[in-house]
Design a protein around this ligand. Structure first.
Ligand code: ATP
Ligand code: MG
Length: 380
């Protein structure tokens, strides 16, 4: 357990309503000092609203936000030890890079000489040494984003809030900036609260990720916990690629259950306690989730190369629907033979099965212990 003084940020039943719509629904959580905390969720789930409450641009309708252990009730945004980097980064176009970075310091009344030396050091640390006199339109998108981050970090905030800061960049640049952001955060030790709807960004960057849905956190955990032990069907479906098989539980074998689809396909998976505290039992509506990389493929059952597991893994038959080539992330989309249910299997890195043809018959399987199953409400 963490002591409260380990937290730079704590939300205590923070609530925000817009009319009848609850944008942030009584959220409570803590962000540890020096950590990289991401909030991952679909569009409209309340991420920006939460960040704006933390920054002080909107007041909560209920509950409280504490920064560095102190309630922020009635504390104006510029009095909070917080800085925010926006998705549409707002550098001042008529100012030089140096003036942009110095802006907040100047407003605080920091003298010229100290300002200049802090700006110089900060630009060096974000990989833009000597860029002070450049105009912002002479910079690439990634360089501008680094200036925006430098401008915030130079104020040495307790908390840096970042609202989809890479959203405006192209894919290649995002990939690079992702790594740079992580390195910057580690070097500065500043606590980052980072919003994204890109799950790969959240997984790569974060110490802790909160998966947000409809104003609430469905799960807060390490990237590994979210990926391997999702707490809810929403998390299982949202974080990483996953096959979802919906049906009813037809049998229970200890910690494993069989889920039968309405069309009659039966898969076996490990039961999980759902958000309502229940495990699926016989007759319950349920969803099983199987990651593409957990499943294996073969031209015959003898070829299936399953990792050793406690329980025997049922073997399924399918037909190749399409090959999804994506380098190391290549996969094959199958249809289960009898029910035509779709199922995605990752292709092995060895290049084996790269020559599969559409309509070819294959078998596939997965260790039931590595698939998860939640009750989804309803018994019949
Ligand atoms: N000022 C406002 N007045 C009324 N409704 C608002 C206001 N700001 C946000 N909302 C609503 O609150 C909900 C959450 O909005 P928010 O901007 O926090 O979502 P988000 O998770 O940041 O989404 P996105 O990923 O698209 O940026 C949405 O339904 C939005 O329409
Ligand atoms: Mg937003």
């Amino acid at each position: 357990m963490s002591a409260p003084q380990d937290f730079d940020l704590e939300a205590k039943s923070a609530l925000k309503r817009f009319g009848t719509h609850t944008a942030v629904d009584s959220l409570s959580f803590g962000v540890k000092r020096g950590s990289f905390f991401s909030i991952l969720g679909p569009s409209g789930c309340g991420k920006t609203t939460l960040l704006r409450m933390i920054a002080g641009f909107i007041e909560p309708d209920g509950g409280d936000i504490e920064i560095g252990g102190r309630s922020q009730r009635g504390v104006a945004p510029n009095r909070r030890s917080v800085n925010m980097v926006f998705q549409q980064l707002a550098l001042f176009p008529m100012m030089s890079v140096g003036e942009n970075v110095a802006y907040g310091l100047a407003r605080r009344g920091v003298g010229r000489a100290e300002r200049d030396s802090k700006v110089r050091a900060m630009l060096e640390r974000v990989g833009l040494p000597g860029a002070e006199s450049k105009r912002t339109d002479e910079l690439s998108g990634g360089q501008r984003q680094r200036v925006a981050i430098a401008r915030s970090l130079v104020l040495e905030p307790t908390l840096l809030l970042l609202d989809e800061p890479l959203g405006a960049l192209d894919l290649k640049l995002r990939e690079r900036m992702k790594i740079e952001l992580k390195q910057l955060q580690a070097a500065f030790g500043t606590t980052f609260v980072y919003i994204t709807h890109d799950q790969s960004e959240a997984l790569v960057l974060s110490d802790q990720v909160a998966v947000m849905n409809a104003g609430r956190f469905e799960q807060v955990g390490s990237p590994q916990e979210l990926y391997y032990s999702p707490a809810t069907p929403f998390v299982a479906g949202f974080v990483g690629a996953n096959n979802r098989i919906e049906g009813r539980v037809s049998a229970v074998h200890g910690a494993l259950v069989d889920v039968a689809t309405p069309e009659g396909w039966v898969v076996r998976a490990q039961t999980q306690t759902g958000p309502d505290g229940r495990k699926p039992g016989v007759g319950d509506a349920a969803s099983a989730f199987v990651r593409p990389e957990v499943a294996v493929l073969g031209r015959s059952a003898a070829e299936l190369d399953l990792p050793p597991a406690a329980a025997p893994a049922p073997v399924h038959e399918g037909v190749v629907e399409s090959l999804l080539f994506d380098g190391a992330n290549s996969a094959v989309l199958l249809r289960e033979t009898k029910t035509r249910a779709e199922f995605r299997v990752a292709l092995p890195q060895t290049g084996r099965y790269a020559d599969l043809k559409v309509d070819e018959r294959v078998v596939f399987s997965f260790a039931p212990e590595r698939a998860v199953c939640f009750a989804t409400g309803g018994h019949g």
